[in-house]
Design a protein around this ligand. Sequence first.
Ligand code: B3K
Ligand code: ZN
Length: 876
Amino acid sequence: KVVHYLKDYQAPDFAVADINLTFSLEDAYATVLNRMTVVPRQADKPCVLDGSAELLQIVLNGKSLCPHEYAVADEKLIIHAVPDSEFVLEITTKLYPAQNKTLMGLYESGDNLYTQNEPEGFRKITYYFDRPDVMSQFTTTIIGDKQRYPVMLSNGNLIDSGELDNGRHWVCWRDPFAKPSYLFALVAGQLAVLEGSFTTRSGKEVALKFYTRPEDRAKAGFALESLKHAMQWDEDRFNLEYDLNIFMVVAVSDFNMGAMENKGLNIFNTKYVLASSDTATDADFEAIEGVIGHEYFHNWTGNRVTCRDWFQLSLKEGLTVFRDQEFSADRASRAVRRIHNVRVLRSMQFAEDAGPMAHPVRPASYEEMNNFYTLTVYEKGAEVVRMYHTLLGEAGFQKGMQLYFQRHDGQAVTCDDFRAAMADANGVNLEQFALWYSQAGTPQIKAHGEYDAGNRTFSLHLQQYIPPTPDMADKQPMVIPVKVGLLGRDGTSVVFRLADTDAVVEETVLVFNQAQQTFVFHDVAQEVVPSLLRGFSAPVRLDYPYSDADLMLLLAHDSDSFARWEAAQTLYRRAVAANVVALEANQPAPHHAELAEAITAALNADIDPAYKAVLLQVPTEAELWEDAQSINPELYVRARQALLQDLAASMEDTLTHWRTWADTQEQNSKHAAPQEYHPDLAGVRSLRNILLQWGVQASAQVLQTIASEYTQRATNMTHEFGMLSAINHLSDDKRDELLNQFAQRHAHDDLVMDKYFVLIGSSQRADTLQQVQAALQHPAFSLENPNKVRSLLGSFSRNIQHFHAADGSGYRFIAEHILRIDGFNPQVASRLVQAFNLYGRLEPQRKALMAEQLQRIQQHEGLSKDSREIVDKILR
Ligand code: B3K
Ligand code: ZN
């Protein structure tokens, strides 16, 4: 096994002045001629190229190399002797895209060809210095049959094209911007195009082209509009303009992840391009806008300035996630978007940080880079960028961005370079801040405070602790921005003055950077309840000894929408914890009357419906068990379920009232087409759907209502999927009937069928495993399509109740399918292996059952290094 370490980084021995690729697409294979001008940076170094494709020929400065002049082993080509000065290397390889099921390198989907090269796919195409700090100008010629490959695309601008004999044609693309190999892309096939244009602020007209299967073209309109919004936003907020004359997006249904930011030629999972309101939910529309933004924003943060090495992945990903989050927040519902991001972070990234895969935002080592496209690199990375923003303010942050581009445009750099730009542009010291990149684990803050009426001061005592992770035991105190306000007992905001200033303020950001620290607020007129970590100002867990009454006060009055929501979350967590204790002792779960009242009051308050909807989200099981040990997952499911049932029963009238209100809002909407996506209506529908989920808990009658209204409402997918989700756990035959009807009606629609598989895989019904097994045989299902695997098996692996079934059937089932998938698509398999991350923290019986399956995976002959790295880390 080969472990790569950040500390071993060495600059490349060779530069590539330019690279010319010629792809000849034949019926069953493709040949690639790679002609590059290589410039040695030091004398006497052997030339080591990365590659694993079938090698046909190597020509050095016009002379064909004999086998003794080079060696091929372990995905490397070593040319023993090369000139000390610039030389031309021509390498010919042969590829079989139809047989490539890894979906990396060049592969076939439908009858078309697509590439995916990040991080190390280019080496499956040709032999090259396949590392991000080798940047070059690419010219790509593609030759293919006119009927089979009418459309042939690559990066940059189309500079020439022509006809050939035998019904073939050719095109030549040139990308004027130097780029690393991971940003190279090629697409060929029968594709329809939806066109638009955008005029940049300096007056350049950019052609926008969305390529899809012909039957999908009409569904790309929303994505096209999203792209225009993203281009405008990047100019307005970040002062960044697009740099080529053409921007292409290609949608493909077989894709390992969401999308890929190849220069000028983004390749997208169809899931993040295609939408119409009868096949996509409002959440799907929002995800499309976000991902389109994300990939577009990479043009500057990722492509113009790229990563020196893959350890620096968060340099582009954390920053670009921050940018897409801000884009979405500026588009609509900032408060609700923030809460949504925090919820993802807390339920998934915190779990990663507390498990066997814990790693810093900048990992120190990896075996398989594909395993490090993680929530930590992306989501925690975005929180780290957000902390610069919180500490420096918007203006200071933008000054830092400007300096970053001034210094590094066209370069491959590190997270330290980014931090230095932020520090230097603002004249501040960010040395200690570097710990956010090197220390894994979620910092925990213990806080308490007291009011001194005589001195009119409120003292806040903070203590930080960074838990040990498998990679590191002892950690240093970090810089934690803690945004704080104070509320009086009547719920009003109480002003204060910090020591050493005259300014009287309502809110401040404390810079908490020692193991323990006390902050004193002066001139505080009355006893207060502190509102802490406003806006979730740092990715930490914070514990303050609030009474339930304090939390209810914050829930009713806090002016900060995150802190207000968080108060409800804490109340929910406490209630579930009380249920866990009762259920463990075989007692009935207690009744939570006060909480029901507080939530009812919040629902009845004058707030935005989308915000009401998130207030009704009870923390997920993963948030509930936080870093507990000896976990019995089923107990948490039952305790959470008991809380939902109890609250819903007490709140039945309120739930019905607001559901009727939501219906009226939609009916009387001022929008011309209320079934279409619009942020306002999306908020109303999200409220309606969560009320429906609660409603089903409160009364069996709701199922009848859903059944009777189904057909009329099902013209809108948000409603249709909302209704099915609400009844998905019921054992009533009506549920099966509606689900079957759904599957039949949408049998031809790949993306809607994914939703069907999600419903099957996530149901709490007793027969879920049987239904999942049956769904594997469904004609629309395929193990080779990652969306299908994620929908059915991915959702089952997150189905707490059934994946963690006490008889081990869930573990066995997932392990068996991991092994089937690992044989042809290691990336998708190794994602599924991470379903077992909870291993070390499970109660003994489940732990033993899981160990059996983990060992079975570990001992499997020919297991990919992707899956091996994960399983070894879980079992170590
Ligand atoms: N940069 C790609 C991710 C590539 C993942 C490779 N396993 C998409 C993105 O983050 O925008
Ligand atoms: Zn990205």
